[in-house]
Design a protein around this ligand. Structure first.
Ligand code: 5GP
Ligand code: MN
Length: 360
C-alpha cells in the first residue's frame, strides 16, 4: 500500500462510479487490517468542514473497528464542540509530544480539507517526514503533490460531502451512524453557507437527503453553529460594519478590518469573526469582500467574491494564500495599516478583472 499514487479528478456526476475501483481497494485494505492505526488531520484553524469531515470520517472508521485518532494543529471554535468525538481530538498547540507519538504509532495518515502542506501550520515538518502511507481527501483546486493517494474533487461542495461519497464507494457506508452523519452534515452546511452557495449540483442535496435519513437533528445542528454567539460578538459585528468597513463602489469591493484593539474591546474569542466577510457582499454592486484580522505579528486575510472574480488568485498573488474561486484566505507578516495600504493599492491593478465580473 505504500507509495502508489492515484489522482482522481473527474466530473462530479461520475464521482461514485469512478471512485469505486481505486477507493474500494484502498479502504478495503484498511478494513482487512484491524491493527491499522489511522491518524486524521484537518487544516490549521479548522472550520466546520474540516472538523465535521475529520470527526465524521473518524467515527465511521472507528465503528468499523479501526483505531483512529484525530489531530489538529490548533483549536477550533467552541460552537463545534457538540460534534461526537471532539473531546478526543489532540491539539499540537497544546500537546505536541502526544501528536508526535500518535503519528509515530500510526501506519496511515488521512489529510482532510486542504491542498497545501503550508495549511498544516507547525505540523508541516511532521507531515512531510511522515514516511508512511498518506491519503489526501480534499475539494480545493490545484492540490500540492504530497500524498500517496490523492482524492481531489474541487467540484464538491465540501470535503464532508466528498468523504460521504468515498465512504459509500468503499463499502464503509454500513458504519455510518447518526453521529457521523451529523458531523458530515455540519461540514456541508458550513461550507455552503447553510446551502446558499456551492449547491448548484443536485448531488449535494441528494447527499444531504441521505444524511437526514440517519435521523439527525438539523435544527439543533444549525442552532449550535449559528445561534451560539455571545452578545459581545453581535456588538463587535455592529461596530465593524459601522466603524471598520471601507466601500469602494468603483472597484465593486469592500474591506473590513479587525484590529487587536477592537478585538480586546469586545472580548474576542476564536470564531467570533466567522461570517463577517460575507456581509459586504450584500451591498448592491459589491462582489469582492475582504476581512483583515490582526494577529500576533501578522494579519490573517479572508476573501469572498460573487461571480467570476477569482479570490484564490488574488490571495496567492498577493497574500501568500489560496482557496476556492469565491472563498479564499491568506496571511501577511505586516502591520494592519500596511496591509490595508497594500490592499488599497491593489484595487486599481485588478480594476479590469473586477469590472468584468458580473454579480449574480
Ligand atoms: P476563511 O476565509 O474562511 O479562513 O477561508 C476561506 C477558504 O480559503 C478556505 O477554503 C480555506 O481553506 C482557504 N484559506 C484560508 N486561509 C488560507 C491560507 O492562509 N492559505 C491558503 N492556501 N488557503 C487559505
Ligand atoms: Mn472545505
Amino acid at each position: 500500500m505504500h507509495y502508489f499514487y492515484i489522482c482522481i479528478r473527474i466530473k462530479k456526476s461520475d464521482v461514485l462510479k469512478e471512485l469505486d475501483k481505486e477507493i474500494i481497494k484502498l479502504f478495503g485494505e484498511l478494513i482487512d487490517n484491524p491493527n491499522q492505526k489511522v491518524v486524521i488531520l484537518p487544516h490549521i484553524n479548522p472550520d466546520g468542514d474540516a472538523v465535521g469531515s475529520a470527526l465524521g470520517l473518524s467515527r465511521v472508521l472507528k465503528n468499523s473497528g479501526l483505531q483512529v485518532e484525530v489531530i489538529s494543529a490548533n483549536d477550533y471554535p467552541s460552537f463545534y464542540n457538540w460534534i461526537e468525538g471532539h473531546e478526543q481530538v489532540t491539539l499540537f498547540s497544546k500537546n505536541p509530544k502526544k501528536v508526535q507519538q500518535l503519528l509515530d504509532e500510526s501506519s496511515l495518515l488521512i489529510c482532510l480539507d486542504f491542498n497545501h502542506l503550508s495549511r498544516t501550520g507547525e505540523l508541516k515538518p511532521l507531515v512531510e517526514n511522515y514516511g508512511k502511507s498518506c491519503v489526501l481527501i480534499d475539494h480545493h483546486p490545484y492540490p500540492e503533490d504530497f500524498a500517496d493517494v490523492l482524492i481531489s474533487h474541487p467540484e464538491c461542495s465540501s470535503t464532508a460531502e466528498l468523504v460521504y461519497h468515498v465512504l459509500k464507494a468503499s463499502g464503509l457506508e454500513q458504519y455510518l451512524d447518526r453521529e457521523a452523519a451529523s458531523a458530515l452534515f455540519c461540514g456541508i452546511m458550513t461550507d455552503t453557507g447553510s446551502f446558499d452557495y456551492n449547491v448548484s449540483d443536485p448531488q449535494t442535496f441528494q447527499t444531504v437527503g441521505e444524511l437526514l435519513k440517519f435521523g439527525i437533528d438539523q435544527d439543533y445542528i444549525h442552532a449550535q453553529v449559528f445561534d451560539n454567539y455571545s452578545a459581545d460578538r453581535m456588538r463587535l459585528l455592529g461596530y465593524c460594519l459601522n466603524e471598520c468597513m471601507e466601500v469602494f463602489p468603483e472597484y465593486h469591493a469592500a474591506v473590513m478590518y479587525l484590529s487587536k484593539e477592537t478585538q480586546k474591546k469586545f472580548n474576542f474569542v476564536p470564531g467570533d469573526s466567522e461570517g463577517f466577510v460575507n456581509y459586504p457582499l450584500s451591498i448592491k454592486g459589491i462582489h469582492f469582500s475582504t476581512l483583515f484580522s490582526e494577529k500576533d505579528g501578522m494579519v490573517k486575510a479572508s476573501f469572498r467574491s460573487k461571480g467570476e472574480f477569482a479570490v484564490n488568485e488574488f490571495a496567492s498573488e498577493n497574500f501568500n494564500g489560496g482557496g476556492h474561486r469565491n472563498a479564499a484566505g491568506g496571511e501577511v507578516f505586516a502591520s494592519l495599516e500596511e496591509t490595508l495600504d497594500k490592499y488599497r493599492r491593489l484595487l486599481p491593478v485588478y480594476q479590469e478583472k473586477l469590472e468584468k465580473t458580473k454579480s449574480k
